[in-house]
Design a protein around this ligand. Sequence first.
Ligand SMILES: Nc1ncnc2c1ncn2[C@@H]1O[C@H](COP(=O)(O)OP(=O)(O)OP(=O)(O)O)[C@@H](O)[C@H]1O
Length: 242
Amino acid sequence: MTYTIELQQVAKSFGNQKVLKDIDLNLKQGEILGLIGPSGAGKSTVINIALGVEQADSGQANILNQTMPNRQLLAEIGYMAQSDALYEALTAYENVAFFAEMKGINKQGLDQEIKRVADIVSLGDALYKNVAGFSGGMKRRLSLAIALIGNPRLLVLDEPTVGIDPALRRQIWHELHKMRDAGHAILVTTHVMDEAELVDRVALLLGGRIIANDAPKKLEAAYGVPTIEDVFLKAEEEESND
Ligand SMILES: Nc1ncnc2c1ncn2[C@@H]1O[C@H](COP(=O)(O)OP(=O)(O)OP(=O)(O)O)[C@@H](O)[C@H]1O
């Protein structure tokens, strides 16, 4: 089977800090995987290694059976980093157009495609305004629109809904589910535990390892608790007792 993301026995240290000890993780087409873990657990590092931004010390990281970085694969991946990398002096529209060009997206139909992704995140007329005047939430929305451009097979979203209000957050999750149903693969990290209930599978990263990896309802049953937040707290408690 071709996994969109496949990590095998990945380890990574920064200096003498062992951040990832032994990570096995995979993501299928048509699946949303939620990667959760406390701040500093290494979620962004997992993403960076998968995308080839960081090199693992040992182990194997593939995207669509290939090692990153790989220019050909870039158009297949929509990536939204934790901090927004946007051009403040440009309009939102120009930002999306710039990244679309970098990804080699066809100029024909680009205007329509920009409006499509802007619509998903409800940017409205702000699409034509300079990013310098944007709030944090508007910047998150624009970054998400950029990740969605070209309808990539794989979406990697690092804390996509930070600073986004509940109504729009719900709309965004609705879109993510629609994309999942259309066969896209989505890896999402989140601090918002009720969002972890909306994914197909939760991977819980703690102490440099994935200590739980299953459907939210199955994890709740296994831990004998009603929510993913409780699973998270119980797992943390068990880990600190070890
Ligand atoms: N390039 C780097 N150089 C040195 N240390 C790093 C580097 N990148 C990450 N770290 C450290 O590795 C640990 C994991 O960081 P990472 O950003 O992956 O965690 P996270 O789970 O994404 O956290 P958060 O939820 O707060 O974003 C942290 O202690 C961080 O300081």
